[in-house]
Design a protein. Structure first.
Length: 582
């Protein structure tokens, strides 16, 4: 009977988490963690949780972190008393406890419940607690996160409980810091793209670049800035004219110090990170959302990509010019572009995605971001074994692997010669890759010498006039925002005086709906929302509370507050647009 119950729970766990507990169960048996004495301990632990579940009422919030699975009764009570808005992340610190429970009680419905995420950590993988907690926290407003320990666990697992609470608190604090800088990082892309629109006529786009490269059999070398790049810089010189070399902007100085110039550099960062300097030769593939300084340095030589579809009145662009999945880094974005453009041979260099032997994160011994901030994990190494990586790098590793799996027509060599293993790549040295694929001369310099401009002078003048008109439309939003705020006040006053929403004047409701639509869905409104994405994210996070409680007045009050914040930010946006277009 025990194994029948265990197998049912095991199968539910496999379906939900794609992980099999059989091996852990066998290990627990061998270690004596499921013997009679241990079972007595678990039963005592569970009885405390069950008693508390029967006797107490517990408040929950949008996201609930819970230490301890117990025997499931405590969780069942929480889940039964909540609608489908609340989520629960349950950390069971004792794997053997969970395995024992799986043999004596059918908990398959709890395992399958989408509102509940169970964190079970295998021995040696304790660092993954921070990773899993962090990914959950950032999806929510930190004001709506609750931490609780299942009754009994605070006594038996006191130190572990305190440590878990500390992990959640650190994640919440990091979320607050990131939220504080959220405006900076989401205001900048809009401002940068507004600048790009004022300069795009005299530059090019990726689709025009690709139209100049007739041979898709040419190998593409994507040069990233990992620690292992130092050993391969000299080898890259042999590839000039025999491959299309695209380097992330961060390595431009290191390459040029060696007398090597990539055919193209790529810049994606919205903030000024100082990797690109004024130069009359460099051709730079620039995200339209990239730092204005980079765009100014490379004026006339920018090759734009990542254009926002449907926001600005530019002519229809090929898909490759528009915003697309990026994978999170400059190298993953370039990888995506190259595949989308139809190239079949890709060589990765400097793509370590792991710390160097000396702890460096980048070539030249540079350490850019603290591993503690990002969360250290261990992944399979390029040469086997385990290497120290980070949670963000792991996401890039998974992205590369997914792209390679979904594009079997593309051959990818990882010639990094160090760092983490990227699944699906062939691992050989750069010298071997050069010998295999870079045996033919291509007129790369000629191809890139005369890339067409995005617009003719006449088209550029018409586009400039449109952007001036759009700026004037954005200015008129000020009056609409005042009107919608006043209308929201009228509706809320009526509700506070005892009227239902249905009893509010249809004229007032129609005016509110019209203004809401004109602000949220017009071209000028979309630019304002793009510029104020931090405000919109706050609204989305908080609106679910009012929707959950059926609080119409509260939701309209939140909308009024959101429109007020947008009105406060509007003059900044107008100032930038007038600077760029008038």
């Amino acid at each position: 009977m025990k194994m029948e119950v265990f197998n049912k729970n095991r199968e539910a766990f496999i379906r939900r988490y794609e992980a099999d507990l059989s091996e852990e169960y066998e290990k627990a048996l061998q270690r004596g963690e499921l013997d009679e004495q241990c079972m007595e301990f678990y039963n005592g632990l569970y009885s405390e949780a069950e008693r508390a579940a029967d006797e107490s009422e517990y408040k929950t919030d949008l996201l609930n972190f819970i230490v301890g699975f117990g025997n499931g009764s405590f969780l069942e009570k929480l889940l039964s008393s909540e609608d489908k808005v609340s989520s629960f992340v349950v950390y069971e610190p004792d794997m053997a406890s969970f395995l024992y429970l799986s043999t004596v009680k059918d908990i398959s419905s709890l395992i399958a419940d989408e509102r509940l995420e169970i964190i079970l950590i295998r021995e040696g993988e304790e660092n993954q607690v921070s990773e899993k907690v962090g990914s959950s926290v950032f999806q929510y407003n930190v004001a709506h996160i609750m931490i609780r320990t299942v009754p009994g666990y605070e006594d038996f697992y006191h130190e572990i409980s305190e440590a878990f609470v500390s992990v959640v608190d650190k994640a919440k604090n990091r979320c607050r810091v990131e939220t504080a800088s959220y405006r900076y990082h989401h205001e900048l892309p809009c401002m940068n793209e507004l600048y790009a629109m004022s300069r795009i006529a005299g530059n090019s786009t990726v689709s025009q670049l690709m139209s100049r490269i007739p041979d898709r059999e040419i190998p593409v070398i994507i040069v990233a800035a990992g620690p292992s790049l130092d050993k391969n810089l000299d080898e890259l010189e042999k590839c000039i004219g025999k491959a299309l070399i695209i380097a992330v902007s961060r390595v431009s100085g290191k390459m040029r110090d060696k007398g090597i110039n990539a055919d193209l550099y790529a810049a994606l960062d919205p903030a000024n990170v100082g990797f690109i300097e004024p130069d009359n030769d460099m051709k730079v593939m620039v995200s339209a959302k990239a730092d204005i300084t980079v765009q100014k340095y490379c004026a006339g030589r920018c090759i734009y990509f990542d254009l926002s579809d449907g926001i600005f009145p530019i002519r229809e662009c090929p898909e490759i010019d528009l915003a697309m999945e990026s994978g999170g880094s400059v190298a993953t974005y370039v990888f995506t572009l190259v595949i989308k453009a139809g190239f079949k041979k890709i060589i990765l260099v400097g793509q370590d995605l792991a710390y160097g032997d000396n702890g460096a994160t980048h070539a030249g011994g540079d350490e850019r971001i603290s591993g503690d901030l990002q969360g250290s994990i261990y992944v399979e190494g390029y040469y086997g074994g385990k290497v120290r990586s980070r949670t963000d790098w792991k996401a890039y590793l998974d992205y590369f692997a997914s792209k390679i799996k979904n594009h079997p027509e593309v051959n990818v060599i990882d010639a990094t010669e160090g760092g983490a293993y990227i699944r699906g790549t062939e691992r050989i040295s750069l010298s071997e890759a050069v010998e295999r694929w870079c045996d033919k001369e291509y007129p790369v310099a000629e191809w890139l010498s005369d890339i067409p401009r995005f617009m003719s002078p006449e088209e550029g003048k018409l586009f400039g006039d449109k952007m001036m008109g759009l700026t004037e439309s954005v200015e008129r939003l000020a009056g609409k925002l005042r009107d919608v705020i006043n209308t929201a006040d009228l509706i809320n006053s009526a509700i506070e005086n005892g009227k239902t929403l249905k009893a509010v004047s249809g004229k007032v409701l129609n005016k509110y709906a019209r203004l809401y639509h004109e602000i949220m869905e017009s071209s000028e409104g979309m630019i304002l929302l793009y510029y104020c994405e931090d405000i919109i994210q706050d609204y989305i996070r908080d609106a679910v509370i009012f929707e959950k409680n059926g609080d119409v007045a509260g939701k309209i009050g939140l909308e009024k507050e959101t429109f007020s914040r947008l009105a406060g930010r509007l003059p900044e946006l107008i100032s930038y647009m007038r600077e760029f277009y008038f």
